[in-house]
Design a protein around this ligand. Structure first.
Ligand SMILES: [Zn+2]
Length: 427
C-alpha cells in the first residue's frame, strides 16, 4: 500500500493513543511520508513545514484506525447456512468481498483479520488492497476453514453431492488435518481457522457444547501450521474445546465462550488473545424470532451471550487480551455495523470506552502480528488514523456514525470520511 508523501498535521483534538493510557487533550499528530513523526501535546509539538497539510479535528478525537479482528469478507446478508457457500458463484462473491472491504474502511477500520473466507478470496483481496487496486483494510487472510466431518460446518447432506468445497476443508483424523493445513500453505493463508466446537446455530447435532474436532486433530493442525509459519485460531464455545485449543497451542481463540478457571489460567499464562464476537449473539436474540429463527437457537444464543460476556469480563480483569471483531455479514448483523460491537462492550459487558478502544486498536494489531506497525499512534508507526468529530470516550456510539468521521487515513493518505478527495483514492 502506498504511503503519502509530505507532511500532514492534525490539530485541535484529543489524542487517544490506543495503548490504554488516558487521552491527551489539545494534542497534535504529525505524519511525515505516511508515518507518525509526533503524537502528543500541542505545546510540545515540533515545528512543521509551512506547506504541511493541516487537518482540523474540530475539538474531536484523533485515534488509531480500528482493527476488525473477526472479519468475514465473503459473508453477505447471510440468512441461512446455504447463503454461506452455494448462494452465489465465486466470481460474484469476490465482488461482494471487495464491496465489504471498501465499506469496512469507510467505517474507520484500517485493518482486519479474516475469520474465514469462501475459497481463497481473502488472500487475493488482500493482495489487491496492498496494491491499491481496491480500497480496504490491511488484511490478514484465512482462506478456507477446517472442521471435522459431521461438525458445525459440514451441513450439506450427502444427497446434494456438493460437500463443502468452497468454504471448509473437512477432515477425519490427524492425517487429514495435516493434509488440510498443507493444502492451505501454498495458497498464501496466514491464519488457519478451525472449528473445535459447535454453535447455538446448530442445536440438534452441533450445539455450543458439542466438539467438532478431536484434540489429536487440533494438535496436528497446530504442529503443521506452526512448522510453516502460519497461526491457528478456532471457533471455541464449549469449555472442553477451549481447553483442547489451549493445550494444542492455538495462537488465538474465537469466542472463548465458556472459559473455566483452568482455561483462564492458560489464557493468561500464554497471553492468548480472545475475540469474543458477542454482539452477534444479542442481535440473534433480538432479531432472530422475526426472521424465523427457532426457539432452540434463540435460547442457545442467550446462553452463549451470557457465557461469553462473563468470560470476556474475567479475561480482561485477569489482565488478558481481547480483540474486537464481530462476525458481521449476516442479515441481522450486516457489514457496516462493525462498531456496534464496541458500544455493546461498553453498555452491555461493562468495559470502559478506553478499554474497548484499546481492544479494537492495539490488541487487534497484535493479533494480526503487526503490533509494531500500527494499532497505536506512536512515532515510527504507519499513519493509520481515524479522526472523529466528537468525543468518542464520552459517547462510543459516535464510532458507528460515518457522517462524523472527518478522515479515515491509511499510511498518511485520506481514504474516507468528510475530507476524502477523489484524487486521493487509490488509482
Ligand atoms: Zn466467524
Amino acid at each position: 500500500m502506498n504511503l503519502a508523501s509530505g507532511c500532514t498535521v492534525v490539530r485541535n483534538g484529543q489524542l487517544v493513543i490506543g495503548n490504554g493510557l488516558p487521552a491527551i487533550p489539545e494534542a497534535v499528530l504529525v505524519l511525515q511520508d505516511g508515518r507518525i513523526a509526533y503524537a502528543g501535546p500541542a505545546a510540545a509539538a515540533p515545528a512543521t513545514p509551512p506547506d504541511a497539510r493541516t487537518i482540523d479535528a474540530r475539538g474531536g478525537t484523533i485515534m488509531p484506525g480500528l482493527v476488525e479482528a473477526h472479519f468475514h469478507p465473503t459473508y453477505f446478508n447471510v440468512a441461512a447456512l446455504e447463503d454461506l457457500d452455494i448462494k452465489y458463484p465465486v466470481e460474484y462473491v469476490t465482488l461482494l468481498a471487495a464491496t465489504n472491504a471498501k465499506l469496512a474502511l469507510e467505517c474507520g477500520y484500517t485493518a482486519a483479520r479474516s475469520g474465514g473466507s469462501l475459497f481463497n478470496i481473502d488472500v487475493w483481496l488482500k493482495k489487491a488492497i496492498e496494491k491499491d487496486l481496491v480500497p480496504g483494510p490491511r488484511l490478514a487472510a484465512s482462506g478456507r476453514e477446517i472442521c471435522g466431518v459431521g461438525g458445525l460446518m459440514d451441513w450439506n447432506p450427502d444427497f446434494r453431492k456438493i460437500g463443502m468445497e468452497g468454504l471448509v476443508l473437512l477432515i477425519n483424523g490427524p492425517d487429514e488435518a495435516r493434509a488440510a493445513v498443507r493444502k492451505l500453505v501454498k495458497d498464501g493463508v496466514e491464519w488457519v481457522k478451525t472449528y473445535p466446537t459447535g454453535d447455538a446455530a446448530a442445536p440438534d447435532v452441533n450445539d455450543h457444547h458439542t466438539l467438532c474436532m478431536t484434540y489429536d486433530e487440533m494438535h496436528a493442525v497446530v504442529a503443521t501450521a506452526h512448522n510453516h509459519g502460519m497461526k491457528v485460531t478456532g471457533h471455541c464455545r464449549a469449555t472442553e474445546g477451549i481447553r483442547n485449543a489451549l493445550k494444542a497451542g492455538y495462537d488465538t481463540l474465537e469466542h472463548g465462550t465458556f472459559v473455566d478457571d483452568e482455561c483462564l489460567d492458560m489464557i493468561i499464562e500464554r497471553n492468548v488473545p480472545v475475540v469474543p464476537a458477542l454482539y452477534f449473539e444479542l442481535a440473534s436474540i433480538e432479531q432472530g424470532p422475526a426472521i424465523g429463527m427457532g426457539q432452540k437457537v434463540v435460547d442457545g444464543h442467550k446462553e452463549t451471550l451470557e457465557g461469553g460476556a462473563e468470560s470476556a469480563r474475567r479475561i480482561l480483569k485477569a489482565g488478558g487480551r481481547l480483540g474486537m471483531g464481530g462476525d458481521y455479514g449476516f442479515a441481522w448483523n450486516p457489514h457496516g455495523d462493525y462498531a456496534k460491537e464496541l458500544e455493546f462492550f461498553v453498555n452491555y459487558v461493562g468495559f470502559s470506552p478506553l478499554e474497548t478502544i484499546t481492544c479494537a486498536t492495539q490488541t487487534g494489531a497484535e493479533i494480526m502480528g503487526r503490533g509494531d506497525e500500527f494499532g497505536t499512534l506512536e512515532p515510527g508507526k504507519l499513519g493509520d488514523v481515524l479522526i472523529v468529530d466528537g468525543d468518542v470516550l464520552a459517547d462510543i456510539s459516535l464510532l458507528q456514525q460515518r457522517s462524523k468521521f472527518i478522515a479515515v487515513i491509511q499510511g498518511g493518505v485520506v481514504k474516507a470520511g468528510q475530507m476524502s478527495q477523489p484524487s486521493e483514492l487509490p488509482r
